[in-house]
Design a protein around this ligand. Structure first.
Ligand SMILES: [Ca+2]
Length: 91
């Protein structure tokens, strides 16, 4: 559990390369490199861009740590639904 939380944090920090927010390119890289197994459309740059816009709560064009956690929460939630045998599919 602790190592998972550390991974979530360090993955974000290494992707921003010292900045506070992930820019579009950093977000593309993060999704393509780290989330290909959990998400569909990770090879499609326009799908990732749409996802980024959906996460961008304050509309600054970047993904903050809070906005990134929204994505992690969403992925964790859909993973837990699939593991618990729910028939609900991710939209
Ligand atoms: Ca933002």
């Amino acid at each position: 559990m602790e190592s998972a939380i550390k991974t979530v944090v360090t993955t974000f920090l290494s992707s921003t390369r010292g900045k506070e927010n992930l820019d579009g390119g950093g977000f593309q890289k993060l999704v393509k490199k780290q989330l290909g197994g959990l998400m569909q459309d990770t090879n499609c740059s326009s799908a990732i861009k749409e996802m980024q816009q959906g996460l961008d709560a304050n509309n600054d064009g970047k993904v903050s740590f809070q906005e990134y956690l929204t994505l992690i929460g969403y992925l964790a939630s859909s993973l837990s639904q699939s593991k618990s045998g729910s028939t609900a599919e991710a939209p």
